[in-house]
Design a protein around this ligand. Structure first.
Ligand SMILES: *Cc1c(COP(=O)(O)O)cnc(C)c1O
Length: 366
């Protein structure tokens, strides 16, 4: 009997993606071992946090870095760092900081909900959000005209959640921020590349430890030394409520160490197996689809022909989710008749089970 059964919690087969609400990641043996060992001893937490920051900065090729509880915490802490500069008195005032310079500029297209609205993270860090542009269009002058003496930072979101249509490229916003001596904070929570954005010149870059990195629930902020020092100071303020346990810090370190050694060949094997298994199913058009935000991720794409299948993609998705085992697909475009199966959170052995369930459901509806 395992803990899932003991507490009567249902397991999920995840073909959806690195979703926080599904437990983010399955942990490798190395990561679990590191977490297990971390639980066997006491440690001075600030020493561990500082040392972890140095190790992570090496991997990210940044001046410095700081572990945090998740990317959402990273946004709060980064905003607080930009506004307070780490001043002890101001740190204790967050989120109601008694300075005028606390405006955080963010494009409309970047005001996402990743499970909670990013606007709320800005507010928790003491920021006053200033919207620029429109959802489907933003020009550099939108940013330029919004900048004034009360601006503390520009926040940019690199994510499939953000609207991509006619927005200002990250490189251009970095240039613009630096022209006005403002820090550029990047939310790169689910991004795969942990060096690229630092290299481009972002001042703080935030990643989720549990998404691409496949670590335990955690996050990291990489960037300039002075700003990371200001982030560090927040542990005596708002970041206290978002502290990270020693197990998760060691788990994140183990995850970042083995990051990159993960085989994209295995992912491709899963996708190819799904396509092969489902291609003969009537009413389904199955293909391999590259990530629409341009990342090197390939997924199995199922297009459901309602007239042949007797059900649409939304209904198929519902039945997969309500069945046993519970199966979550990547269903952002289910209303367009499309379901994606994401190989990253899947195990090879899941493939046959998922294909079998899809065939069963469609067979019954015929
Ligand atoms: C997932 C996500 C977050 C939140 O990350 P957590 O680690 O769950 O706090 C923030 N921003 C974006 C773009 C995300 O995808």
């Amino acid at each position: 009997m395992c803990v899932f059964d003991e507490f009567n919690v249902q397991r999920v087969i995840n073909c959806s993606g690195k979703m926080t609400y599904l437990g983010s990641s399955i942990l490798s043996d190395k990561v679990r071992k590191a977490m297990d060992e971390a639980g066997t001893s006491y440690v001075q937490m600030e020493e561990l946090m500082d040392r972890a920051g140095e190790v992570i900065a090496d991997y990210c090729r940044s001046e410095a870095a700081r572990v945090c509880a998740g990317a959402s915490a990273g946004i709060i802490i980064s905003v607080a760092a930009a506004i307070t500069g780490g001043d002890e008195r101001l740190v204790e005032e967050v989120p109601y900081v008694s300075v005028k310079r606390k405006k955080i500029i963010i494009a409309c297209a970047h005001q996402i909900d990743f499970g909670a609205p990013i606007r709320q993270m800005i507010a928790l860090g003491g920021g006053e959000m200033v919207s620029v542009g429109t959802v489907n269009r933003c020009y550099p002058w939108h940013y330029e005209k919004a900048i004034d003496a009360d601006t503390a930072a520009i926040l940019y979101v690199k994510s499939h959640h953000a609207v991509q249509t006619d927005q200002v490229a990250l490189a251009d916003v970095i240039t613009l921020a630096h022209k006005h001596q403002l820090p550029l904070i990047l939310d790169a929570a689910a991004e795969e590349d942990i060096t690229k954005y630092i290299e481009m010149g972002c001042d703080l870059v935030i990643y989720s430890g549990a998404k691409a990195l496949e670590g335990p629930t955690s996050g990291l902020i990489a960037g300039r030394k002075t700003l990371i020092q200001a982030c560090r100071k927040q542990s005596k303020g708002v970041a206290r409520a978002m502290k990270v346990g020693k197990e998760n810090i060691f788990g994140l370190l183990a995850a970042i160490k083995q990051y990159g050694s993960h085989s994209s060949a295995m992912q491709r094997q899963i996708v190819d197996a799904i396509v092969e298994e489902l291609k003969s199913v009537k009413g389904l058009t199955v293909s391999v689809a590259k990530d629409h935000a341009g990342r090197e991720i390939y997924r199995a794409k199922l297009e459901v022909d309602e007239t042949v299948c007797g059900m649409n993609a939304l209904m198929l998705d519902q039945q997969l989710r309500n069945g046993s085992p519970i199966i979550y697909t990547r269903n952002h475009n289910a209303n367009l008749g499309i379901l994606l199966l994401d190989p990253r959170p899947m195990q090879l052995s899941d493939t046959a089970i998922v294909c079998q369930r899809i065939k069963e459901i469609l067979a019954v509806s015929l």
